[in-house]
Write a protein that binds this ligand. Structure first.
Ligand SMILES: [Zn+2]
Length: 228
């Protein structure tokens, strides 16, 4: 893409933690991590965002990703994968359930079937399962928004890539409402799980990175309790 120099600052990559960049796309974030084994991408935006992501990586001096980790298979997180795979032989990783959806085997709920068409079939390593370590990140199962949704924890500095297990609005944490979230009670349990990780920084799929999120997570959990 030719617009690097004209990217509005709100859509410019931001260094948000040591070796971690927020790649703000239109309404959704991807994140890039610099590791000893090369660039790791967490989520990949919508269809059409692949080129944008590659351009942002060039701006911050990172190579195309060798690994793409997907928190889940929704079209605003997996849509850019195919364009990125045109320029890199990178591996794509997802949970078993979400890898099935991306491979065209799984049967996503009605709301998500159209999104799968836009994403296309993508072959994934189905190894983002609870307790696994992939690309130096600990996989934390956080179902609710979708079955098989995962968050990823960098244990050294307790940075959490949350995907859509939560969203950040201002300095507030929210669970995405129905019908976007398949199982609200499960999403609340996953939010509790994220709070128990005692993160120093939460990196959401939607909204801005939230440092020191303990109070915001507690407040969101109180809202969960009140809706039981
Ligand atoms: Zn999303």
């Amino acid at each position: 893409m030719a617009a690097e120099g004209r990217t509005p600052s709100a859509l410019a990559p931001k260094n948000v933690a040591d070796g971690v960049w927020q790649l703000p796309l239109r309404g959704v974030n991807a994140y890039a991590l610099e590791t000893a084994q090369g660039t790791v991408l967490v989520d990949a935006g919508n269809r059409g965002d692949g080129e944008r992501i590659l351009a942002m990586l060039r701006v911050v001096g990172l190579a195309p990703p060798g690994r793409i980790l997907l928190t889940h298979a929704d079209m605003d997180h997996a849509g850019g994968v195919r364009a990125i795979l045109q320029v890199t032989t990178g591996e794509v990783h997802a949970s078993r359930l979400q890898a099935d959806v991306l491979a065209g085997h799984g049967r996503p709920p009605a709301l998500r079937r159209f999104g799968r068409l836009l994403t296309g079939r993508i072959a994934c390593e189905p190894d983002l399962e609870e307790g696994a370590r992939v690309a130096g990140l600990l996989v934390v199962a956080t179902p609710g928004h979708t079955a098989g949704h995962v968050a990823l924890l960098r244990e050294d500095d307790r940075v959490v890539f949350a995907g859509d297990a939560l969203a950040v609005r201002g300095a507030k944490v929210r669970i995405l409402g129905a019908p976007l979230t398949e199982d609200f009670a499960q999403a609340c349990a996953s939010l509790r799980r994220l709070a128990q990780l005692q993160p120093n920084l939460v990196l959401p799929g939607h909204g801005d990175p939230l440092p020191a999120p303990a109070h915001a997570l507690e407040a969101a959990l109180r809202i969960c309790e009140s809706r039981r």
